[in-house]
Design a protein around this ligand. Structure first.
Ligand code: OGA
Ligand code: FE2
Length: 536
């Protein structure tokens, strides 16, 4: 682990100066739309190239046909043909100049325009890291949303507008990426899918022998020796000379024979330990499982009794003059921790402005490294974000005031408005927004204390996935464009409320825009007086 980390830093240090312009495309949709335009542009110049090549070929064809007719007549009666002085002159001219001109035409490179366009555009192309990132996102979605490989490959996802499917070769590619990550579970799934599609008769350049080679290894790695053997047998039917497969086959036979031997002398004490592990598995539900269940809309923990006490109301910001005549709609999303949602709280025009301000500045979102307190990128936070100051636009300033009016908290000590865009597979795994006592004080420089509360605007609907979930308490909050949610991260005592641990589920289809405001402790002393104990 430590080694890995060190390696990463070294590699990054080396790569950074060269990949300065690179932007981790797969993390947000904003930059990916640029790529669609790049591709469109390339298609146009490719078509221009085809047209030029076709017209060149047309000219050459015409010449060939003309000469074909001419030489036909000429060879039938050479002397009669050359008896005509014009023919004699033209033969000289053709051979002395015209054939050379034709030769130049044949040699002429028509691809200039296209190639130079490629050269320009290539510097903006995604790299291997992006391709791997996009593949990993697909595998992550498969797990989180329990998608079966076939469904994913045939593109049968909920809420999709443009259906798209994976070829056997694509599946093979995904399997290989999983393999390089030593993720044999996904290697098996995707190699199997590739094989299935080939067995169904898909025409492809993917090779069954290669697929079976990876597949049997992945199956072996997961401990299913018999299946690995069956697959290797199948490989050997296709390629009886395959060296590794022949070697593996002997090895499998040896292991299986040894196992049989051991089984003969086995006692039933193993059964006992097996039972114990089954019991353990049932009790223990790791956070990841809870998180993924909530993302799928399962595992919600709200009893009918509690639900009855969740209300909706018109809220005037505790008699704030700006809201007395026009209160806003507020719904209780959860009781403990208390999470409220404001409806129609940001207009479509404001959303557009905020998005346009943020777009040119979006960059890969960072997190505080718990060891050093410094900002870094992390696989568990995949999105792009930008910060907007109230000074740069009256819209941002108006939004800040709105948050202040409706929360009753001072926004002058808050962080700037953060805008985030999650692309497909974009997510933020379970985390706290506040700083813990055992961490280096991430907010020390700000001098405004800890993050007392979070305000989160949903600036888009999400076709599928992308919920904000609270795995500790079993709550899911679904994005609804134009709404915002608000919760306190700290108790009035200043202690962190651990039940506020939350996550942004991966986007399955579509993309997600949010913006959030982290409010800090300073300035709230009279607005939310502190208490001695967290129970008050
Ligand atoms: C965050 C966060 C939730 C979401 O940015 O800290 O928790 O749904 N976001 O985007
Ligand atoms: Fe958060």
């Amino acid at each position: 682990m430590a080694f890995n980390k060190m390696w990463c830093t070294v590699a990054l240090g080396l790569l950074l100066p060269f990949s300065y312009a690179h932007t981790d495309f797969f993390t947000s949709i904003g930059h990916m739309t640029d790529l669609i335009n790049t591709e469109k542009d390339l298609v146009v110049s490719l078509k221009d190239y085809i047209k030029a090549e076709e017209s060149k070929l047309e000219q050459i064809k015409k010449w060939a046909e003309k000469l074909d007719r001419l030489t036909d007549t000429a060879t039938k009666d050479p002397e009669g043909f050359l008896g005509h002085p014009v023919n004699a002159f033209k033969l000289m001219k053709r051979l002395n100049t015209e054939w050379s001109e034709l030769e130049s035409l044949v040699l002429k490179d028509m691809s200039d325009g296209f190639i130079s366009n490629m050269t320009i555009q290539r510097q903006f192309f995604p790299n291997d890291e992006d391709q791997t990132g996009a593949a990993k996102a697909l595998l992550r979605l498969q797990d989180t949303y329990n998608l079966d490989t076939d469904t994913l490959s045939r593109g049968n996802l909920p809420g999709v507008k443009h259906k798209s499917f994976l070829t056997a070769e694509d599946c093979f590619e995904l399997g290989k990426i999983a393999y390089t990550e030593a993720d044999y579970y996904h290697t098996e799934l995707w190699m199997e899918q590739a094989l299935k599609q080939l067995d169904e008769g898909e025409v492809s350049s993917a090779d069954k022998v290669y697929i079976l080679d990876y597949l049997s290894y992945a199956v072996y790695q997961q401990g299913d020796l018999h299946k690995a053997m069956t697959l290797t047998k199948r490989l050997l039917e296709l390629d009886p000379e395959h060296q590794r497969a022949n070697g593996n086959m002997k090895y499998f036979e040896y292991i299986i024979a040894k196992e049989k031997e051991a089984n003969k002398s086995s006692t039933d004490s193993e059964d006992q330990s097996e039972k114990e592990t089954v019991v353990k598995k049932k009790d223990y539900l790791p956070e990841r499982r809870k998180y993924e269940m909530l993302c799928r809309g399962e595992g919600l923990k709200m009893t009918p009794q509690r639900q009855k006490r969740l209300f909706c109301r018109y809220y005037d910001g505790n008699r704030n003059p700006r809201y007395i005549l026009g209160p806003v709609k507020q719904e209780d999303e959860w009781d403990k921790p208390r999470i409220v949602r404001f409806l129609d709280i940001i207009s479509d025009e404001e959303i557009e402005t905020v998005k346009e301000l943020a777009k040119p500045r979006l960059s890969r979102a960072t997190v505080h490294d718990p060891e050093t307190g410094k900002l870094t990128t992390a696989h568990y936070r995949v999105s792009k974000s930008a910060w907007l100051s109230g000074y740069e636009s009256p819209v941002v300033s108006r939004i800040n005031t709105r948050i202040q009016d409706l929360t009753g908290l001072d926004v002058s000590t808050a962080e700037e408005l953060q805008v985030a865009n999650y692309g497909v597979g974009g997510q933020y795994e379970p985390h706290f927004d506040f700083g813990r006592k055992d961490e280096p004080d991430a907010f020390k420089e700000l001098g405004t204390g800890n993050r007392i509360a979070t305000w989160l605007f949903y600036m888009s609907d999400v076709s599928a996935g992308g919920a904000t979930v609270f795995p500790e308490v079993g709550a899911s909050v679904w994005p609804r464009k134009g709404t915002a949610v608000f919760w306190y991260n700290l108790f009035p005592s200043g202690e962190g409320d651990y039940s506020t641990r939350h996550a942004a589920c991966p986007v399955l289809v579509g993309n997600k825009w949010v913006s959030n405001k982290w409010l800090h402790e300073r300035g709230q002393e009279f607005r939310r007086p502190c208490t001695l104990s967290e129970l008050e």
